[in-house]
Ligand binder design. Structure first.
Ligand code: DQA
Length: 153
């Protein structure tokens, strides 16, 4: 079984970007954590970062299909700033039925008001925010648990 770990714009800058918000760990550290968490659960990680909305949509479409075929458990998705702007990501998740756990490193609700609204949350199975990169590990565990209990199947 596969799992998609999808990262949106500016997350390639993790480690150097606003460390007071996002910490000092790099995206490579996030990938290592995800692999260390997913592998013992029998999940094959597809780890992607893109600054382009269309590429994120294409990944959602591909994994939506894999989930329908029973070959993937879903996606851990940090949409970055597209969280707060993108109807297209909302529609992609809704249209494919891909199980998504929206994941934010920072607590978006403790930040500027424009970060309080998410277009992704209404179509996500769950949301992680403010737990740092550990949120990715917890989201992977939740998707694995959900799949093994056939929630929504
Ligand atoms: C973020 C929060 C977003 O508001 C922001 O635009 C990001 C990162 C997070 O992981 O905390 O790029 O998704």
């Amino acid at each position: 079984m596969k799992i998609l770990i999808l990262n949106g714009p500016n997350l390639n800058l993790l480690g150097t970007r606003e460390p007071e918000q996002y910490g000092h760990t790099s995206l490579a550290d996030v990938e290592a954590l995800c692999r260390a968490t997913a592998t013992p659960l029998g999940l094959e990680v597809h780890f992607v970062q893109s600054n382009h909305e269309g590429e994120l949509i294409d990944q959602i479409h591909a994994y939506g299909l894999l989930c329908q075929q029973g070959k993937a458990v879903g996606a851990v998705f940090n949409p970055g700033a597209f969280t707060h702007t993108s109807v297209a990501l909302h529609d992609a998740i809704k249209g494919t039925g891909l199980p998504v756990i929206e994941t934010h490193i920072s607590n978006v609700f403790a930040r500027e008001a424009f970060r309080h609204h998410s277009y992704v949350s209404p179509v996500a199975v769950g949301v992680m925010a403010g737990l740092g990169i550990q949120g990715y590990a917890l989201a992977i565990q939740a998707l694995a648990h959900r799949a093994s209990h056939k929630v929504g199947a």
